[in-house]
Design a protein around this ligand. Structure first.
Ligand code: R5P
Length: 294
């Protein structure tokens, strides 16, 4: 008998969950999530039972969405799920992946420890440090958005792909190679939580249309400084693509008056510019899991 799959969409990842169910040609259930008057999370899956392979799609950021994930995990287990795959497009707390100063928690590990008991498999997308996932005791896979970003910009007249720092240099290489254009990296020095200094690329940017790629945009400080440095270096155009558009403190508005030609993010976090879909790469990973490949 064929094993059935059901995709459950949490409130943080509705559109992506629906797209995933469409690609997998399986049933989609939207969790009915609301808030109690005191702000606590209430959620319910409107099913009598679910003896299928269940895929929960839900970001664990900000904190309220993490709590919703815990509740959904419990709910699907109580309904009898045969297996539970967590798809966490944007994994909260991944950046505190170690103790930087004595007295701090290892936050990313704490999250894994608490998500681990009620799941059988974990899928993330461009998690800040992949090693964080080794804290799960179950099979896990971090998917790379670089190929879908490259496909999106392939015919958009990009001459050069740059990363803002050495940390994202591998991403710029993957995107550049997939697009068949050169790649390089800028040099970033972080001055504060919101401000950074960017040193120019070794490669000549004059007259070129540059695509900057990064794993996430948070305050926008990195991208604003990089765009300014590239314009000063004579770039004809600057476009930006990130996997996770976190855009804290209305960062999207900071870009409204900037000289960017295009700003795009993947749909790991749903926002006004999240037009690059990672549903296809998640569907491939789920199919591989179903086929016993991981
Ligand atoms: C840093 O390691 C990340 O790759 C991003 O460059 C950074 O988180 C972006 O932050 P912001 O938008 O606040 O400059």
């Amino acid at each position: 008998m064929a094993v059935l799959m059901i995709v459950v969409g949490g409130s943080a990842s509705r559109d992506l969950a629906k797209d995933l169910a469409g690609l997998l040609d399986c049933k989609y259930i939207q969790a009915a999530t609301t808030r109690f008057p005191d702000g606590e999370c209430y959620t319910r899956i409107d099913e009598e039972q679910m003896d299928d392979d269940v895929i929960i799609v839900q970001n664990t950021y900000p904190d309220g969405n993490l709590v919703e994930m815990f509740l959904l995990q419990d709910a699907v287990h109580r309904l009898g799920a045969r297996s539970v795959t967590l798809v966490i497009p944007y994994f909260g707390y991944a950046r505190q992946d170690r103790v930087f100063k004595a007295g701090e928690p290892e936050s990313a590990k704490v999250m894994c420890k608490h998500l681990d008991p009620d799941c059988d498999r974990v899928i993330t997308v461009d998690i800040h440090k992949e090693v964080v996932l080794d804290n799960f005791t179950h099979p896990h896979r971090d998917l790379k958005a670089a190929p879908v970003i490259a496909a999106y910009f392939k015919d958009k007249g990009i001459d050069l792909v740059l990363s803002p720092d050495i940390g994202a240099a591998g991403r710029a290489k993957t995107v550049g190679e997939a697009m068949g254009v050169p790649y390089d990296r800028l040099q970033k020095t972080r001055l504060s939580g919101t401000d950074v200094r960017i040193a120019p690329a070794a490669m000549d940017c004059r007259g070129k249309h540059v695509l900057i790629v990064d794993d996430m945009i948070s305050t926008g400080g990195t991208i604003i400084a990089a765009t300014q440095a590239l314009k000063e270096a004579g770039a004809a155009g600057v476009s930006v693509a990130c996997t996770h558009g976190v855009f804290v403190n209305n960062a999207l508005e900071r870009f409204a008056g900037s000289s960017l030609d295009a700003l795009l993010s993947c749909n790991t976090l749903e926002n006004a510019v999240s037009h690059i879909s990672v549903a296809g790469i998640i569907a491939d990973a789920v199919r591989d899991a179903q086929a016993g490949k991981w």
